[in-house]
Design a protein. Sequence first.
Length: 161
Amino acid sequence: MPKDDVRVTAYGDVDHLNSVIGTAIAAEPRDFEADLLAGIQRDLFAIGGRLASPDEKKVESALKKAAIPSGRVEELEAAIDRADKELPELHAFVLPGGSMKAALLHSARSACRQAERSVVSLDREQPVPVPIVPYLNRLSDVLFTLARLANRRADVAETTW
């Protein structure tokens, strides 16, 4: 498969997203939403595995490990709701930045949007498993909300536009 194939681009962008999230996890405070972010990384590995394996019959046993648990999109929505309880209502666009943790989570959000676009492009050519696109869509919202929460907890004001 060529390196610029739409499938390779899709799972490559998911891998990049996972790396950016790993960088955000490594930034202080390291315990900030650690369980949520670690679970997301595992989900992204599963998504990458699904995207890299178009013929599920050939890799059936390996894909059992690459399952996205049902209800994960709802769990992402619940994480947004939990974080929103600590955040002021948003009345303007937020410029990416603030604390290092928040800036890295904003980078992860933009990497997530890129991954989502790539997966949607792949889905136009070859169907991808159902939960992947909605998962990535909600994940970018989670990452945005977590960036805001990281700034709030670090007592760093958001810069709005």
